[in-house]
Design a protein around this ligand. Structure first.
Ligand SMILES: Cc1cc2nc3c(=O)[nH]c(=O)nc-3n(C[C@H](O)[C@H](O)[C@H](O)COP(=O)(O)OP(=O)(O)OC[C@H]3O[C@@H](n4cnc5c(N)ncnc54)[C@H](O)[C@@H]3O)c2cc1C
Length: 465
């Protein structure tokens, strides 16, 4: 027998996008069901570094950081190689302050700001993301929201006019039908764990280390696809460069290259401009022997380690035995199996180019995305961190409007169906800027909830009239 639930809004997926939407809608008085296929909530979000990208914040002002919405827009377009949908970017910038304030009002503390991949200002705001998600969920329950964990959405339900009116969920082999009066929101994340979809859209990425939320197999994308949804950015899937080959379920990623390291292959040669987005580097490293890029740096960069802060915590990496140290570059090369003679030559050329202020062999001019002066590698001890590409995220998927309506292959709207977060495409274009995925999850999660509340109010008024 089928169990049936009725609600105003059905949100499928409990990451940052789903939980922001669910909480905001519940606080507006809507009856919300949040469905999650896994036993634990949070998807890739709770595995993430917790960085949100915002400009014009209190934290930036307090630290004298100059940033603006215009600069933010320019950076996103440059990182995305102008393949991102400007309307989605504009929607993010229009709503970023409201979202930032909403997060703070709901207890989020931004403990540090930092510059990272694709940014030309310190715009990444770090949060303790597990605590954030636990707290948002507590507030959702307190607002009367209903959570169905271990309920996997398998099919979207439509009425005779083709409008999406609910979904079928699988709960331990039994079907549960959820009817949703004011919309169904797909917030099912990407397909970093979806081997079949990776084989279809980005087969080369099967060589990256699998990572991301265990439930992120692309279910939402398939459900929308079945209804004729269009897709965007499907050719841009890339892992993130910077994780040790033995990285397990604990997230380990080092971006010493944004602090002054170079990256060499096993032949001791640099192969790309290290200041680019770590997604671009993730694509480049797959073509190198064994898919390996070894971060090489000296004592100056080692001193920039920031214990406890994701991407910068060399102490934790050293404790796991993944960071190699040696008194000379030759010894270091031997430790990590890199061609020693070539490594010395590579470092020599790099240092000489910095001293002369002349062009570097891979065209690098800055530490990160045009910002920060390059540092010679000349102070012992020397360090090496061998790293591969980690398949954390896919950043492509269902095409959406700035109101998160799902757009079909003919450019029409699939009524009643919305998509937010990593299941969507079109926002990032060719590559991603740190913090814009948690950021877009929250921005569009809040937007879609506000729209649902407005729709519900209109429809209720219409029914009374
Ligand atoms: C290691 C790592 C570090 C990262 N660091 C950052 C960072 O610092 N800043 C940043 O902006 N981004 C970061 N990202 C990317 C970011 O975390 C994700 O893109 C973002 O959290 C996605 O949020 P989401 O809500 O869309 O999806 P998720 O958080 O992945 O949530 C999707 C949920 O949907 C569930 N689901 C899937 N299918 C179904 C179904 N059929 N029925 C019910 N539930 C379903 C999944 O189980 C999952 O719980 C990182 C990612 C990783 C993996």
């Amino acid at each position: 027998m089928k169990l049936t639930h009725e609600c105003d809004l059905l949100v499928i997926g409990s990451g940052i996008a789903g939980q922001t939407a669910a909480l905001s809608a519940a606080e507006s008085g809507l009856r919300v069901v949040l469905a999650e296929k896994m036993a634990t909530l949070g998807g890739s979000t709770v595995m993430s570094g917790g960085w949100f990208a915002f400009s014009g914040t209190d934290e930036q002002r307090q630290e004298g950081e100059r940033d603006s919405a215009e600069l933010f827009m320019r950076d996103m377009q440059e990182v995305g190689q102008h393949r991102n949908d400007p309307a989605l970017l504009q929607a993010y910038l229009d709503d970023q302050h409201e979202t930032y304030r909403w997060l703070k009002q709901h207890g989020v503390v931004f403990r540090e700001i930092e510059i990272s991949s694709g940014q030309s200002a310190r715009r990444s705001h770090n949060s303790a993301i597990r605590d954030v998600m636990a707290s948002l969920h507590e507030q959702f329950a307190a607002a009367g929201g209903i959570t169905l964990s271990e309920h996997r959405a398998t099919r979207l339900l439509t009425d005779d006019a083709g409008r999406v009116v609910g979904a079928t969920l699988d709960a331990a082999g039994s079907d549960v039908e959820v009817c949703a009066r004011h919309g169904v929101v797909l917030a099912t994340g990407g397909f970093s764990r979806g081997t079949d979809l990776l084989r279809t859209f980005a087969p080369e990425q099967l060589n990256a280390i699998p990572f991301g939320g265990a439930g992120n197999t692309g279910d939402g994308l398939r459900m929308a696809w079945r209804l004729g949804a269009d897709m965007a950015d499907m050719s841009t899937v890339s892992g993130t460069y910077g994780s040790h080959p033995e990285t397990g379920e604990v997230h380990e990623l080092l971006t010493a290259y944004y602090m002054g390291a170079i990256i060499v292959n096993l032949n001791g040669r640099r192969f790309t401009d290290e200041s680019q987005s770590y997604k671009t580097l993730g694509r480049a490293v797959l073509d190198e022997p064994e898919g390996l890029g070894i971060q090489i740096f000296d004592a100056k960069v080692r001193a920039k380690s920031h214990p406890g802060i994701p991407l910068k915590d060399m102490e934790a990496i050293a404790d796991r035995g993944h960071l190699h140290e040696a008194a000379t570059l030759d010894e270091l090369a031997a430790l990590v199996g890199v061609d020693a003679e070539q490594l010395s030559r590579t470092v020599e050329h790099y240092n000489a180019a910095i001293a002369a202020g002349s062009a570097d062999e891979v065209g690098r001019e800055s530490l990160c995305n045009g910002v920060g002066s390059l540092l010679p590698i000349d102070q012992a001890p020397f360090y090496a961190y061998p790293a591969k590409s980690l398949m954390t995220t896919t950043y492509c998927g269902v095409r959406v409007s700035p109101r998160s309506e799902v757009i079909d292959v003919d450019g029409g709207i699939i009524e009643g169906l919305y998509a937010i977060g990593e299941v969507t495409g079109g926002f990032h274009g060719a590559a991603y800027m740190t913090g814009t995925s948690l950021g877009k999850g929250a921005v569009f999660g809040l937007r879609v909830a506000q729209d649902a509340a407005a729709r519900a109010a209109r429809e209720t008024l219409g029914a009374i009239a």
